[in-house]
Design a protein around this ligand. Sequence first.
Ligand code: GDP
Length: 397
Amino acid sequence: MGAMECNYIVWIPHYGLGNRIVSLVSSFLYALLNDRVLLVHVPDELTDLFCEPFPGTSWVLPSDFPVHNFQNFDKDTPQSYGNMLRDKVISNDMRFSANATFPAYAYLHLPWYYNEWDKLFFCQDAQQMLRKFPWLLLKSDHYFVPSLFLVEEYDDELRRLFPERTTVFHHLVRYLLHPSNTVWGHVTRYYHAYLAKADKRVGIQIRNLKNEPVPFETLLGQIVTCSSKEGILPSIDPRHPARPAEDDAKVKAVFTTSLDSGYSDRIRDMYYEHATTTGEIVGVYQASHEVEQRTEQQNHNIKALSEITLLSFSDVLITTACSTFGYVAQGLGGLEPLILTKPWKSKLPCRWAKSPEPCFLIPPPADVCRDHGGINKKMTQHVRQCEDENGGIKLFD
Ligand code: GDP
């Protein structure tokens, strides 16, 4: 490439808003490490969610960009790095070649259902070879930053950028993502109406997936038991059910988020019908209950981002295991949440996260780079199993 030419990475949105934010942030770090310009494909449903982060320029991929069919890019796309490697269109040895010809771009296929070829992306040999492509198009639904820390040649720069590994996502997400005025309007109106005047704010992010549901009463039980056992919310007082509130009683505002209104209704009723053992007053609020995930609708996404932001203002945060919606809230707030565990994965109903870092839920296998440049061994003690997912990896100090 000539000295004046830029290299680019084009981010392609995939799945829900939390997935999109963690993968966008990961792509941004990848761009920083490789001196690439980050451009984002903004479909209609993502308009007016975020401000432009870089002064005097736009990160939006221009509408006359010659490639359009982004939503069709997937595991079978012939231009994917993995497929081109498998089909011998490219090889990682081309990193040494001064005059090899490369396709116009490579598509990096990194969603959870990526295959063993795609996973080689995380190896040093691939990283060096991919630098020969001025255009990379990337689709992921995960926070893949922990695996970038395992690439040896990024070590120096990552140490300089992030002396503390447990605040990587916090810094990146706050640097990159700023809510639009529309989102900020939702956030500030709601905050001042319901949360600002409380003595303490507790956020509870409740995500019950349709494809692997936790029974309603089980999840509600986890929330009530864990929040009282960990001293986050007071227990109800069976001995003095009729005790009136004191004028100077402390007020806790609980902000819940869920697609369903049932959890919030039950917790609110509990504190409406009973006095608490501490004499505190507990108000329970939920901004929306959208019933279904509707990522293709802009207004739905505006509510989702507003609620993620409101959760980030909590003094104490409770999240649901393995949810990127919760990861973004904890990252924006710099909070170490109490995680509600999946009953089939853990004997304990909840456990504290050690940092605000998200988990890379579906990383490549630990030995993926054995024959492809190895990994940065100094980092292995800092990239370890997540609190909420045994197979996932996350950054630790
Ligand atoms: P994940 O699936 O839990 O990792 O989180 P994502 O954010 O990627 O996808 C879930 C999507 O469902 C969100 O982006 C929202 O569109 C919707 N959703 C899930 N929970 C809530 C919620 O509590 N409030 C709102 N407004 N939307 C939600």
